[in-house]
Write a protein that binds this ligand. Structure first.
Ligand code: ADP
Length: 254
């Protein structure tokens, strides 16, 4: 770092330059720090399933455990986890580099939302939450990529289902000025206020061990945010621990 005091004695421009330089250096340090954290998180995420797979394979090879259907199920589960992680990462890196093709068109999102409700209702257990759609029957068109909207909704609904054991999951749709808002409102476990600012960050999971158990990768929301932004919109979250969460995003009306 430059010593900001020295040039200040004589030439104010030099002092200003030193201040700017130091600010830039700190910001680069931040970027480097996040890059290191990302690699360390990534290594951890990849190593966990690999360790499990390797353990089973060694025990199978030594004849310490029999080749039962359960073992193959475990091996398949961990392999799928690796696969999902790699797919998610690829999507995320494309989204962050701006390489995700976005095909904006004037679309009516209602049929998509209806089919998603059908699809997710099938996943819910009898004693689990109910899934509802609150959407005007005549929905104005939005300027969006319907496949990308589907990706975002699948992430949000997947999370709502994963983190809600009872009550309801509501998809609410409304218009406001030149925006179409879509909210996914759940009555699930909620998110602590200290965690809330981080949920859209890569690999962030409020409770790592539990989230891993539920099959999460901590990448879904980071991708969702980029996808919404690439379509010109914005996504937000509100939540109360123990009460539930609301994830809502808007897209520009056509
Ligand atoms: P994951 O694959 O782990 O769900 P996400 O990026 O989709 O990754 O979400 C990041 C974290 O945010 C989750 O691990 C969870 O802690 C929290 N989260 C996301 N959605 C919800 C929700 N509807 N209710 C409670 N917590 C949630």
């Amino acid at each position: 770092k430059l010593d900001e005091r020295m040039p200040a004695l004589e030439i104010p421009e030099l002092h200003q330059l030193a201040v700017s330089f130091n600010r830039m250096a700190s910001s680069l340090e931040g970027v480097e720090q996040r890059r290191r954290e990302l690699i360390s998180d990534l290594t951890h995420e990849l190593r966990t399933p690999l360790t499990v797979i390797r353990g089973y394979l060694e025990e199978l090879a030594d004849g310490r455990i029999p080749a039962s259907p359960e073992i193959y199920q475990q091996l398949t589960k961990e392999t799928k986890r690796l696969e999902r992680l790699v797919n998610d990462l690829q999507e995320l890196s494309k989204a962050e580099a701006g390489y995700l093709p976005i095909n904006l068109q004037s679309v009516n999102l209602r049929p998509l939302l209806e089919s998603l409700v059908q699809r997710f209702a099938d996943q819910l257990l009898e004693e689990g939450p109910v899934l509802r759609l609150e959407c005007p029957s005549q929905l104005p068109l939005v300027e969006a990529d319907i496949d990308r909207v589907e990706q975002v909704m699948v992430n949000l609904l997947g999370n709502a289902v994963r983190y809600t054991s009872e009550g309801s999951i509501t998809i609410r749709v409304w218009t406001e000025a030149s925006k179409l808002w879509i909210a996914v409102i759940d009555t699930g476990q909620g998110i602590a206020s200290s965690d809330l600012p981080h949920v859209f960050e890569r690999f962030f999971r409020a409770d790592r061990s539990r989230a891993r158990h539920s099959g999460g990768t901590g990448i879904g929301l980071a991708i969702s945010r980029r996808l919404v932004e690439l379509q010109g919109g914005n996504i937000q979250v509100e939540s109360q621990l123990g009460k539930g969460s609301t994830f809502q995003f808007w897209l520009p009306l056509a």
